[in-house]
Design a protein around this ligand. Structure first.
Ligand code: TYD
Ligand code: MG
Length: 457
């Protein structure tokens, strides 16, 4: 029997009950009770003596407090630092989430090795693989370095003790789903266990100077352990994304107490681990050869970073039945809408054609500014006319066939120029009628007008 008293806490209303049941006895919500450790509650009204002691310990003039910025620990990979907001913050805890097999363990072992090689101490706690397995991977990625320690355990207490005794600059815990506290009855990976593991590690991080990076597998529902279970316990949530079979990996922050959540890091999985790509902006361009029909380039804005991305479309006569529409990297409904707009406002009828749209390089684009490039790639394929050389497109297409400028078109124009594209085609910006467009920017007011301008022949 566990010695610690446990209780069941409702994730919805916060009520606590001594027994588990399917429905919360307090708010009647279903499946919201989660096993937790029933800690003795601090008295809600401390005596005046206690208050003054606590007060003197917690209050200091803002001028004497050192900011977290000063002490950032560089991860050794610029793309990771960018997403973290400048590096690891001592005394913080971050969650690195991602699909199984995407490369979380590889990335964190690399970061731990780089921190160690840079003179900081690093500890890698593995609860998923044996120390020998981790050592094998370290050999492959050049991670056998002084200052990097391994600990293999699935017990939370052992992991906590290891971190406390080494007191490293960076501690990696792989993974939150495989460590367990014997105080809770639930199995490893259950919501109660995951919460307890994260909460205890967060407590430890906050008490010292160690930055703890916690690995979490994303479940089919797209979260690490039930919605909002971990997000509020950690300082930052960073997802490693990508197609498993492709080599591109994107790093994005979903929450970051120490930086922006707009930044994206671009990495490539190689034989010796994850590497920074040389010119990330150029990375999603498929080729530098003469443009072929069915291809159009847009400058997407991922956070504050512009990325040149090739959109590929293929239309082929439907042999039988209703036409197929398949997309990768872009919302299928958005493509259906663009097909309808092309039919109605540009005289391009795709109703007898199968249509495939693909975003090159495994990137996923969600911004409406990609519309114009998608519509152009479709038109280019149907008419078998390539887009003129040196042209990129960024703009939103309305149901009326009218165009609207992409947000931060000037930033995109700059990047287009840097990559050797002479012309950015976009739509009119709101409230800027009559303003002359900067050199290199072509403003078209409708999709028909844009296509006349950009398609060859
Ligand atoms: P892994 O880090 O184990 O994924 P996760 O911890 O997210 O489950 O990475 C697994 C994949 O990465 C595996 O299929 C092999 C591949 N890989 C490489 O391509 N290059 C490498 O250098 C390493 C170590 C792994
Ligand atoms: Mg792993």
């Amino acid at each position: 029997m566990p010695a610690v008293k446990t209780a069941y806490l409702c994730q919805q209303c916060g009520a606590s009950s001594p027994k588990w049941s399917g429905q919360c006895p307090s708010c009647a919500a279903w499946n919201t009770l989660v096993e937790t450790i029933a800690a003795p509650r601090a008295p809600s009204r401390p005596s005046s003596a206690a208050r003054s002691v606590a007060g003197s310990a917690a209050v200091s003039p803002i001028g004497v407090i050192t900011s977290a910025e000063a002490a950032r620990l560089t991860s050794g990979l610029g793309e990771v630092d960018r997403v973290l907001g400048g590096g690891f913050v001592p005394g913080s805890i971050i969650l690195i989430g991602g699909d199984p097999g995407i490369g979380k363990s590889t990335l964190l072992l690399q970061l731990a090795a780089r921190v160690a090689a840079g003179g900081g101490r690093a500890l890698y706690v593995t609860a998923e693989e044996s120390a020998a397995q981790v050592r094998g991977r370290a050999e492959r990625i050049g991670g056998v370095v002084d200052g990097l320690d391994l600990a293999a355990t699935t017990e939370l207490e052992t992991a906590l003790a290891a971190i406390e005794s080494v007191s490293p600059a960076l501690a990696v815990v792989d993974s939150v789903q495989t460590l367990t506290s014997p105080d809770l009855a639930g199995p490893a990976g259950s919501v109660g266990q995951v919460r307890e593991v994260a909460a205890r590690l967060a407590e430890l991080a906050k008490a010292g100077q160690t930055c703890i990076a916690l690995v979490g597998h994303v479940t089919k529902e797209g979260t690490v352990a039930g919605p909002r279970t971990l997000e509020h316990l950690v300082d930052a949530v960073i997802y490693l994304e990508g197609e498993r079979l492709g080599s591109t990996r994107l790093l994005r922050a979903a929450k970051n107490r120490f930086g922006s959540t707009d930044e994206v890091g671009v990495l490539e999985m190689r034989g010796d681990g994850l590497a920074e790509v040389e010119d990330a902006s150029r990375f999603f361009l498929e080729s530098e050869e003469a443009p072929s029909a069915g291809s159009a380039v847009t400058i997407a804005l991922e956070g504050t970073r512009p990325l040149a991305v090739e959109i590929q479309a293929l239309s082929a006569s439907t042999s039988y039945g209703s036409p197929r529409r398949a997309t990768t990297g872009i919302d299928a409904n958005r493509v259906l809408m663009l097909i309808a707009v092309l039919a109605r406002h540009a005289g391009l009828n795709l109703s007898g054609h199968d249509v495939y749209v693909n975003v090159a390089g495994g990137l996923r684009i969600d911004e409406p500014a990609a519309d114009l490039a998608v519509a152009t790639a479709l038109a280019s394929s149907l008419r078998d006319r390539p887009v003129r050389r040196g042209v990129v497109l960024a703009g939103e297409v309305a149901l009326s066939g009218r165009l609207r400028s992409a947000v931060r078109a000037d930033r995109r124009l700059l990047e287009a120029g840097r990559l050797g594209f002479g012309t950015l085609v976009t739509g009119p910006a709101r409230g800027e009628r009559g303003r002359t467009a900067p050199s290199g920017m072509v403003v078209a007011s409708t999709i028909r007008e844009a296509l006349e301008h950009v398609l060859e022949g």
